[in-house]
Design a protein around this ligand. Sequence first.
Ligand SMILES: Nc1ncnc2c1ncn2[C@@H]1O[C@H](COP(=O)(O)OP(=O)(O)OP(=O)(O)O)[C@@H](O)[C@H]1O
Ligand SMILES: [Mg+2]
Length: 246
Amino acid sequence: MITADHISFIYGSDHRAVDDLSFHIKKGEIAGFAGPNGAGKTTVIKMLTGVLKPASGKAVINGHDIVKEPLEAKRSFAYVADNPDVLLQLTGLEYINFISDIYKVPEDERKKRAMDMAERFGMQESLDTPMREYSHGMRQKLMIIAALTHNPPAWILDEPMTGLDPSSAYELKNLMKEHAAAGNSVLFSTHVLEVAEKLCDHIIIINHGRDLYQGTVEELEKKNEGMDLEQIFLNMTGYSRENGDI
Ligand SMILES: Nc1ncnc2c1ncn2[C@@H]1O[C@H](COP(=O)(O)OP(=O)(O)OP(=O)(O)O)[C@@H](O)[C@H]1O
Ligand SMILES: [Mg+2]
């Protein structure tokens, strides 16, 4: 379970990037998080994962308040940040082991899970190469493998599809589906609305740090007959054909 309870965040003295946002992602659910550039998605994800402290409100992961019980909360989720360019001097395998040591993943379990994912993402051959020699997509895949190796109940992924080739994106979508089907929760931000449309039980659309819509894609499309998610999204976020924007 992933809960944002009236969270707000202010950068500097007065830039309110997130404004009183609440949502709840249940067990067994995949939720897509959409919104224009600068809408506040990464800021929300950073509050959920304890990177930023909310100015007000709270984030609760699997029953643990991220500010009051940070260790318990952090043990119970995997976080893939929006930037995969970290610790590039390490090889892929060294990075996986580094993260697995932090989460105390037993040797046999880490081997099995990490190697299984490396195979699915076509990364086995590259694990002994320093990450500085990886392409963007390879770095992204390695971050995903390392984050998911400890197999926690909640996954929180900030634009995880960025840079992935079609077969890797397909594998990641399957991993998300399998994880949710096993009774876990997945939240991921994306700009690819077709992915949200096909994959998500629940969609959260924000702009200027506030929610514009929360619910199923089906309900949203029912309310806006004849339009697909892209058209609805553009209308909601202030883009219109009449204005000549598209
Ligand atoms: N470190 C920072 N300092 C000051 N303002 C910031 C900082 N990070 C983000 N912001 C501002 O907060 C707002 C929300 O940014 P955020 O990165 O959360 O958006 P986003 O929805 O993730 O965008 P994108 O789709 O481009 O990733 C923007 O107005 C941005 O300029
Ligand atoms: Mg972002």
